[in-house]
Design a protein around this ligand. Structure first.
Ligand SMILES: NC(=O)c1ccc[n+]([C@@H]2O[C@H](COP(=O)([O-])OP(=O)(O)OC[C@H]3O[C@@H](n4cnc5c(N)ncnc54)[C@H](OP(=O)(O)O)[C@@H]3O)[C@@H](O)[C@H]2O)c1
Length: 484
């Protein structure tokens, strides 16, 4: 008679699992070639909002972000114009910083960082070409005039944008959004796959579905054929994630009263040591759970490995969520029951990191020189000399800076010297005290913004910047660390 606790094993599903996860790498490559799917990894740190994205600096900031796979939302005044300038993957949001009604809460939805490159429109008195070549080329001096009112753009506009950000409460400090199941992307679907006890002869079945603005790890777990676990696991991150600046992983989940495990791996092997943490869920209730890296237990094939040491968050290769009959070393999961299960997942974040800038503002060198005692205006750049004729542009830029500094948001305020359209291949020099003069390419300023974005040492700093004569790469770590 057939043993009641045996069922027909599904070789097809087994083969699919090992192929999906590249357990036999060659097969995985073939499959992906066949499917023509490119596995591209998002930076998953939340959306980066770029204001002034159609401008000389803004469009370059967007281009760097896109190249590095950051999700980007561009705040633009004219979508049609923006479509012609920006890459198609950029999400466009039509709005005007001087019109608060256009800055709705959706603008800040899931935004982690704002890079603000807006500025009062300046043009030669004699007029510019449609693509603003005279303004951009920066070689010849054209007598400038402002088109908009600096008070409205540089001060009130910044005030409106900052207020929208603060009110939204979406910009959280010291955390990194790793998986946002409330906003599913193709990338998310291509990253997670089922690993059930089929890999050991069992018949449990699970999947990760994306429904109703959340992920759902659901299936049926069976103890037939000596099985008893179902799980979903990510493909290996390539390169592995460096989560060493953080304390642990935060899960936002809605369970069914069962006990699940989170498993992280700091090696690329399919069958290596997994670092586990068991967590209990409450039936039909959203919970925020924090899993400190140091509380993860090293486990190899369900047996603990006390000598393995602490989990190394500097190279996180994969993540896994599991429902298993067993806890560790043969002990049973006290909340386990065979049958259907479901775990809703809204997000997976890294928490406990040092603050990085939430608001990066492009201001201007010279903002504190206007009216400074002892200043020789003859030796100052035109923007300082002509501040009054230009509607007090620097005066209002300084007021805008103050709004950012007093907002409670973490910030970096970059004050470039004269902007050029040159390649941006020179080493940058940053300084404080607002005395330096010179020029700097828009390309280099865009890169500086991206570098500041993820660096705690750039947080809450205001500084001027110009190019040196030396070609080469700037040591970004030193540039920020040397500033007070
Ligand atoms: N030129 C220099 O030598 C120099 C030196 C130091 C600092 N800066 C400052 O550096 C920043 C970037 O310069 P840039 O050359 O990239 O400037 P830009 O090309 O003139 O770009 C300004 C951007 O701001 C946007 N903008 C203006 N008013 C807006 C509003 N009310 N709402 C939303 N967006 C608005 C513009 O959008 P539209 O495309 O819709 O007009 C444009 O995308 C500016 O703040 C500038 O003042 C310039």
């Amino acid at each position: 008679m057939k043993n009641q606790n045996t069922s027909r094993w599904d070789f097809g599903r087994f083969a699919k699992t090992i192929t999906y996860f590249d357990v036999i790498p060659f097969l995985g490559c073939l499959q992906r070639l066949y499917q023509k799917k490119q596995i591209k990894r998002d930076k998953n740190m939340g959306i980066i909002l770029v204001a002034g994205a159609t401008g000389g600096v803004g469009r370059r900031v967007v281009s760097y972000l896109v190249k590095n796979h950051y999700p980007v939302r561009a705040l633009v005044r004219d979508k049609v114009k923006a479509e012609a300038i920006l890459a198609p993957e950029v999400e466009l949001f039509e709005g005007d910083i001087t019109i608060p009604e256009t800055l709705t809460s959706q603008l800040m939805d899931r935004v982690s960082t704002i890079i603000c490159c807006t500025g009062t429109r300046v043009q030669p008195v004699e007029g510019d070409t449609p693509n603003r070549e005279k303004y951009y080329q920066g070689l010849k001096f054209y007598l400038p005039e402002v088109v908009d009112t600096p008070e409205i753009v540089e001060y009130r506009g910044i005030e409106n944008l900052v207020k929208t950000a603060v009110d939204s409460k979406s910009l959280r400090v010291g955390e990194r959004l790793l998986f946002d199941f409330s906003n599913p992307t193709l990338d998310l679907k291509n990253t997670w796959g089922a690993v059930d006890d089929i890999v050991m002869g069992g018949v449990s079945q699970s999947s990760l579905r994306l429904v109703n603005q959340s992920g759902l790890f659901l299936g049926n777990v069976s103890t037939a054929n000596s099985g008893g676990f179902a799980s979903v696991r990510t493909r290996n991150f390539n390169p592995p994630w460096d989560l060493s600046p953080y304390e642990g992983i935060e899960l936002r989940v809605k369970g069914d009263g069962k006990r699940y495990k989170l498993i992280l791996r700091s090696e690329g092997k399919w069958d290596g040591i997994g670092y586990c943490y068991s967590f209990d869920t409450v039936y039909d209730f959203w919970q925020t759970l924090r899993v400190p890296f140091q509380d993860l237990i090293p486990v190899f094939r369900a047996k603990t490995v006390p000598d393995a040491g602490y989990f190394d968050p500097s190279k996180v290769y994969s993540m896994q969520l599991m429902l298993s009959k067993f806890e560790y070393d043969g002990v049973l999961n006290p909340k386990f029951q065979p049958g259907p299960f479901s775990l809703g997942i809204e997000s997976i974040k890294a928490y406990g990191g040092k603050p990085t800038p939430q608001f990066i503002l492009i201001s201007s060198a010279g903002v504190t020189r206007v009216g400074r005692p002892g200043i020789n205006l003859e030796e100052e750049p035109p923007i300082v000399r002509m501040n009054d004729q230009l509607g007090g542009i620097l005066t209002w830029k300084l007021r805008g800076e103050e709004v950012v500094r007093n907002s409670g948001l973490t910030y970096t305020i970059i004050r470039p010297c004269a902007l050029t359209e040159k390649p941006g291949d020179k080493v940058l020099l940053a300084d404080q005290g607002d005395t330096i003069k010179g020029e700097v390419s828009r390309e280099a300023i865009a890169q500086l913004c991206i570098e500041a974005m993820e660096r705690p040492e750039a947080t809450n700093k205001t500084f001027e910047v110009r190019e040196t004569r030396d070609k080469g790469t700037t040591n970004w770590g030193n540039l920020f660390t040397n500033l007070s």
